[in-house]
Write a protein that binds this ligand. Structure first.
Ligand code: ATP
Length: 312
């Protein structure tokens, strides 16, 4: 189990980045870290990997304490692997050679089999002999993931792992990678801006704001019962509406047009979203956004129904 206990870290005295972080993660579990740009997601991954000296608190993996560079000569823990945003690959050798670099030279057959298996996971079989310098950013990102998996870490730390990969590839890669990690009981922490990493694949979700963990629960509960607009905004457009003197948070799919209601609104704008339209309307001097099957002209008068059922 990973135990992060009361850790605090700042790059400079004036500006704390992580304040009193506490959480645990079991073997084989997947955790997503979300929060606005600059909130400290990468810093947290680096602290867990042992690249930073935390000023307060402790980090343990099972009975081993994670030590920072001051106390651990070669920074980084052996049983973890960390894929940073800048990949750190060897550009002048091929994709498969990059992966093999991390496998034993004494067992060439085993090493070849494992390389092929990992090429399948990252869907890069067709590029096995291509030099890394000739790959796109997204392809390099995939090779970096395979290389990190080569030695079967107990915990994999991924910083924006699919940030440079197009949507089509991203979905199938995500399914393969997270299934592979589960099959091999590899725990994983993913820093991400993409709600899909959290909603479909994570067991736990942590949200960071103003140097603090402000939510730590299952992605489903955090999505369904967001305590604040900042948290809900990580997943979708969100409406903060005053209804009967009470402020409620509603996602666009929780507001509907009905034949009759007391909630009168006027259409202002519309945005095509593929399977539906996102409509913007004015409701009691507030802007509301909601999904609708068809487009509606500006200034159309409508009646709204709010699906206010957000208690846990
Ligand atoms: N090496 C560094 N020295 C000083 N400050 C740093 C350093 N690295 C990051 N910071 C600052 O620490 C804060 C947290 O940065 P971090 O990279 O952890 O955020 P993040 O949530 O990962 O951001 P993003 O989503 O944009 O990748 C930011 O204010 C950043 O400017």
């Amino acid at each position: 189990m990973l135990k992060v206990q009361n850790i605090s870290f700042s790059y400079s005295k004036k500006k704390p980045v992580l304040s009193d972080f506490n959480f645990t993660l079991n073997e084989g579990e997947h955790l997503c870290i979300m929060g606005e740009s600059g909130c400290g997601k990468s810093t947290l991954l680096k602290a867990i990997y042992g690249l930073l000296d935390v000023q307060k608190g402790t980090i343990f993996w099972k009975e081993n304490q994670v030590l920072g560079p001051k106390e651990h000569l070669v920074p980084g823990m052996d049983f973890f692997k960390y894929v940073a945003q800048d990949f750190d690959l060897m550009p002048f050798i091929s994709v498969s050679e990059n992966i093999k670099k991390h496998l034993s030279r004494f067992y060439p057959e085993e090493s070849e089999k494992r390389t092929q298996e990992l090429l399948e996971v990252i869907e890069m079989k067709a590029f096995e002999n291509t030099k890394v310098k000739n790959l796109s950013g997204g392809q390099k990102q995939r090779v970096a993931i395979a290389r990190a998996l080569a030695k079967e870490p107990e915990l994999l730390l991924l910083d924006e792992p699919f940030g440079q990969i197009d949507n089509f590839k991203k979905n199938s890669l995500r399914r393969r990678l997270f299934a592979y990690l589960k099959e091999n009981n590899i725990a994983c922490i993913v820093a991400t801006h993409d709600k899909n990493d959290a909603l479909s694949f994570a067991d736990k979700l942590i949200v960071i704001q103003h140097q603090k963990i402000i939510a730590n629960d299952s992605p489903k509960d955090i999505y369904n019962y967001p305590k604040e607009k900042y948290v809900a905004s990580l997943f979708d457009d969100v409406n903060e509406i005053l209804i009967d003197g009470k402020t409620v948070l509603l996602y666009p799919h929780q507001i509907k047009i009905v034949e009759n209601s007391n909630e009168k609104a006027t259409i202002k704008n519309s945005y095509f979203k593929g399977p539906f339209w996102l409509l913007e309307a004015e409701f009691k001097n507030q802007k509301v956004f909601f999904n609708h099957q068809t487009n509606l002209e500006g200034n159309t008068q409508i009646n709204l129904l709010f699906d206010v059922n957000l208690s846990k």
